[in-house]
Design a protein around this ligand. Sequence first.
Ligand code: SF4
Length: 320
Amino acid sequence: MKVDQSILIRIKQLKKEKDVVILSHYYMPKELQWEESTGGFVDFVGDSLGLSVHASQTQARNILFCGVQFMAETALLVNPTKKVFMPDPTAGCSLASSISGEDVRNLREQYPGVPIMGYINTYAETKAELDICCTSRNAIKIAASLPGSRIIFVPDMYMGQNLQVQVEKELGKHLILWNGSCEVHEQFRAFLPQIKNQEDVEMLFHWEVPGEVTNVMQKGKKGIVGSTGDILKYVSESSSNKFYLASECDLGVALQKENADKEFITPCLKCLHMKLNSLEGLLNALEAIGSDQEEKYGVYLDAELIEKASIPVKRMLAIS
Ligand code: SF4
């Protein structure tokens, strides 16, 4: 790993001195996925569900979250006695921005009595209006736990379309969808001809990839449509040596780390929000914690919002 030794030493020193746990999403640049167990400084690298669980259990006084804003907010919701920081607290998400709390209240009025399940990729203000949250890893399980034959699923319409196929088949339920989308995964539509042309390659589609692309699975392609966790598991268990990754490019870091002998083809689409996180930003945030500069890196929610928005997240964690 190409990280200047003096920076590495400083990060480790600050982490210890200021009692900080560092959590990193799979979409982080390679250097921010460098775990302590292999000589680096990150305590845990994971998907949204794994990171939420880790955040809820940490004993450290401070959490430094390498990800986007809604993820850091979720860490605060599940562990409000901690202080949560980010290398760049302006890191947003097109999906989370596609829906507001008011939109959810309107849906509730439009469909009285229909439970509302919200993807974890929402801001706290939206979460406060949901019945329950889900991640891409536990969505089917959460849907199965809800009463009735209809569920409102927000905000990702593509994930909703993909989920619908399974929810209908396995649970006999219908999903009512919102029209949000991930600006990274929706771009795979432009790569459909390339995807169709792949020979002897297994497909790795994230749920957030549009249905018109994942449909190739119904036309003879082998592979998986699922969560980040499902993709990692699928690759480790597959006897194939070549895969097409249709998800954020840096998921390839973990895939390659765990499957050094396998090959991954990808157009390498990157989430620019995630890429606002950098080693320099992480170091600056660590330096600032406990100083008069810490507010610049902090994630703050008022107590009333924390109480309301944590309910659907805790319901999800109790089922996961
Ligand atoms: S990859 Fe998509 S869903 Fe994830 S943070 Fe970026 S815009 Fe949001």
